[in-house]
Every structure is written in C-alpha cells, then in structure tokens.
Design a binder for this molecule. Structure first.
Ligand code: NAG
Ligand code: NAG
Ligand code: NAG
Length: 435
C-alpha cells in the first residue's frame, strides 16, 4: 500500500534538513499559557463510572462532573437515520453544524464539555510490518498514545483498514478523519497522529483556548508556506481539525487533490507549478493553505509555531537527557511535584509544574519536553527508512523517546527507567524521589 512518493518524501526531508533547522531556530518563543481552564475538566473520566441512574438523566449540569450517559439514545430521528448519510469522503454532507447540534441536544450529557472534547485518530497498515521489529514499535507508539488518552480522559481510534482503497498511504488519513467526525458528534476536535509519532510530554494539554477562531491547526513555519511556497513548511503527520461543516468542506477540497479524484492530474500540474513538488497529501495541504490564505476560509487555518504539535526527531531526541535533568532539578525544589499520587489525578501535577517551566522555551535547544516527536524517515513498519539513517540509529532513537515518555507514566506505577537507552530494565522509584 505504500506509494513511491513515500520514499521521495523522506529523501527530500533530509536534504532540506539544514534548512529546517534554520526554521527551528527562527521559531518565536511563545509562552504556553497555564491552562488552569482544563485543570478540572475530567469530562471523560466517565467510561469507568457506572452509567447515570435514570432519575439523573438527562444531565444535571449543575453537578460538578456530569458523566456521559452511554446507554441513552432516544428514538428521535437524527442524521444517522437519513439513508443518504454516509461516512465516506464522496457522500456530501450539508448543514453538519446543525445536525451535530441536534444530536447533542438529544444527548445532553455529552454537551457540557463538548468544547474541550478531543478525539484522537491514528492507525497503520492492514497487514503485518515488513520490518521484523516494526510491529513492536507500532505497539509501543500506540501504547504511548493510549497512555496519553488515559491520563487526560480522551478517546482514541486506531484504524488499520483502508477506508478508501483508492486513497492509500499518506492519503488514507483523510477518509479516517472524515469518518471519525461523523462517528463522534460529541467530539469538538479530532487530532490525527501518524503511526510514527511519540507523545513525549504526557502532561501537556493542547491549548484549545488559543484556537477559538480556528478550525484547522498544523505545526510549521508560516513564512515558508505562505510566502516561499515550500511543502516542508509544515508537517501533515499531526493536525487538529474541528468537528464542523467547514472541516468537512476542507477535507473535500484536500481529498480532491488525491489519487482517487477525477481532478488529480489537474491538481498535480498546478501544485508542481506553484510548489515545485509532486503532489502528495502534504504538498496538497500546503498548497490549499497557501491558496486560501487571503480568503475567509483560509483564515480558519493556523500554522502553529508555539509548541511541537509535531517535532522532527532529529535534533529533538539528543536533548531528552538534558531535559530529564532539568525536570529533576525542578522536582528537587518543589515538594508537591515529588509527591506520589494516583494516575487519575496527574493533570493536577502538570498544572503545578507550569510555573517552573515559564523559561523553558519550546523550540529546539530549549528544555521544555517536546510535545510530539515524529520519526519521519524512520519507517519503523515498512523498514524503507531514509538511506541516510540506519535501522539501528532509528530504533535507538525511538527507544529513547518512547522510554522518555514512558518514564512519565511508569512513575505512577512506582518505577522508572534510569537509562533511556535500556528498555528492559526499570528501577524502583524511591519515596520522595528525587529529594
Ligand atoms: C424526541 O421525541 C419525543 C417523543 O416523540 C418528543 O417528546 C421530544 O420532544 C423529542 N425531542 C426533541 C429534542 O425533539
Ligand atoms: C495574498 O495577499 C498577499 C498580499 O496582498 C499577496 O501578496 C499574495 O499573492 C496573496 N496570495 C494569494 C495566494 O492570493
Ligand atoms: C546538555 O547539557 C550539557 C551541559 O550543560 C551541554 O554541554 C550539552 O551541549 C547539552 N546537550 C544538548 C544536546 O543540548
């Protein structure tokens, strides 16, 4: 299912690496707000709670923690009952905002927190990995995302079928995101993550309050896309998309440039001319963002520079050991951060840590934990890694990043890995560590 553009992308990625480093260096330090706003929003702690008793249904929104009613679906008709409704890209959807609202009105327990509801979507190929260690790494990168979801109360969907057989490889995420939006009307945001991404700051919460005016958020360097028309000015391996009509239209426009579209050749020509690069999902996205920049449509798109919604692993993984040291220093000073606690309340400790991180910065060379580390070019599953990397080099770096992330989780279970290079050995976490 991998198309050849795949390999090309990685080659290009590395060739332009030096340039990327320059962009990295140029990224403006943006202080990430202290999100006390999310602090007490355990809207999704629900799956472990018993369902609401009928007398509490529908939701009593004056209750501090309204739970989802997972067993309540009234017979009133919704978009699901419309025979023309479909999950695929080529079934046109209109008035989605209204349809979604109608559904929410009928399911009031899902309404109260819907502005913060995040639904994570990721996935991999339908068949076993070609690389002998591939499935091991996919399991670990998936586990990493599940850990993040458990800590923050988000739902996740791991897809491993091609929802549209004519949209293989990188394009396959578009139909999955489309299906997830209509399958989860309760979700306000969908977060797509490639299989080879690792969440390396388990405490970090996406600052949704900054995105009130946006429907699509991707990490990148705005000047590179808007002015220089460079397809590597962003990375499509991690993006946020709001669950609304605008987004369905945007996915239609994006998919129209894809291999299944009757217009693919027309777009390939235009994109090659403007972006000097063959069409792939990422060039198409960069083109779409560039092209609509002066329209009200395009103003709903944000190229995020303030934190690593996606960060290229080269340059990041080297810093993880130093970052570990800095975080340990903070914990030596702050008794509360050393305190043992139940995993379910770990968000509280993330908020408590924020004041200590105000000088940490987010860009390369600074010491805040990178939020997402993307192993672009490593191809852990197919094994078709960029020739400039070795499998061992990639695997070692992935181990380090995964162990770095895992340490943040494992301490809630009383252990940690002292040595990020050694996945197999854990040490017990002494009481009041690291006093
Ligand atoms: C749902 O259907 C019931 C029964 O027909 C009706 O009483 C109720 O008003 C409907 N709810 C909405 C929100 O339309
Ligand atoms: C958007 O507007 C700027 C400033 O007027 C202009 O330079 C640029 O060419 C426009 N871009 C597009 C894609 O129309
Ligand atoms: C880690 O910290 C040491 C000592 O401060 C410094 O010399 C080194 O350059 C740092 N390494 C990275 C990759 O930032």
């Amino acid at each position: 299912m991998m198309i050849s553009a795949h390999g090309n992308r990685e080659k290009r990625t590395i060739r332009t690496f030096d340039r990327r480093q320059v962009f990295l260096a140029g990224v403006v330090t943006a202080l990430v707000c202290l999100c006390t706003y999310y602090f007490l929003s355990p809207s999704d702690l629900i799956p472990i709670f018993p369902r609401l008793q009928p007398e509490f249904s529908p939701c009593h929104c004056d209750q501090p923690y309204p739970a989802y009613d997972l067993q309540f679906d009234p017979p009133n008709s919704t978009f699901y009952d419309d025979p023309s409704f479909g999950y695929t890209i080529n079934t046109k959807m209109e008035n989605w905002d209204q349809k979604r609202q109608t559904w929410l009105n009928l399911h009031p327990t899902f309404k109260s927190k819907s502005q913060e509801n995040l639904f994570i979507v990721t996935g991999s190929r339908p068949t076993p990995c070609k690389s002998p260690t591939g499935d091991h790494y996919l399991l670990r990168t998936y586990r990493n995302k599940v850990d993040y979801c458990r800590i923050h109360g988000y739902d996740i969907f791991y897809n491993n079928v091609l929802l549209d057989p004519f949209m293989p490889s990188w394009w396959s995420k578009i139909p999955v995101v489309r299906a997830a939006m209509v399958a989860h009307p309760e979700a306000e945001w969908i977060w797509w993550l490639d299989e080879d991404t690792v969440i390396t700051d388990m405490e970090y919460k996406i600052p949704f309050h900054r995105y009130k005016d946006y429907n699509f958020v991707v990490h990148g360097w705005p000047k590179e896309v808007y002015q220089k028309k460079r397809w590597l000015g962003l990375n499509a391996g991690s993006f946020l998309i709001r669950n609304c009509q605008w987004s369905l239209d945007m996915l239609d426009m994006w998919a129209d440039m894809g291999p299944q579209s009757p217009n693919v050749e027309k777009w390939a020509k235009i994109i090659l001319e403007e972006f000097k690069n063959p069409v792939c999902d990422q060039t198409a996205l960069a083109y779409l963002i560039w092209k609509t920049q002066n329209e009200s449509f395009g103003r709903k798109i944000l190229i995020e520079t303030g934190y690593y919604l996606e960060g290229y692993w080269v340059g990041i993984v080297e810093s993880l050991k130093n970052i570990t040291e800095r975080y340990l220093e903070i914990e030596k000073r702050a008794v509360m951060l050393r305190r043992r606690h139940a995993e379910k309340v770990s968000e509280v400790y993330g908020v408590l840590r924020e004041p200590f991180l105000k000088d940490a910065g987010n860009e390369a060379g600074r010491w805040r934990r990178p939020f997402v580390t993307h192993f672009a070019g490593c191809q852990p599953c197919s094994g078709n890694h960029n020739p400039l990397f070795t499998i061992e080099g990639c695997n070692n770096r992935m181990n380090e990043a995964l162990n770095f992330a895992d340490n943040q989780v494992l301490r809630n279970y009383g252990v940690f890995r002292h040595d990020l290079d050694n996945s197999a050995v854990v040490n017990p976490l002494p009481f009041d560590y690291p006093a």
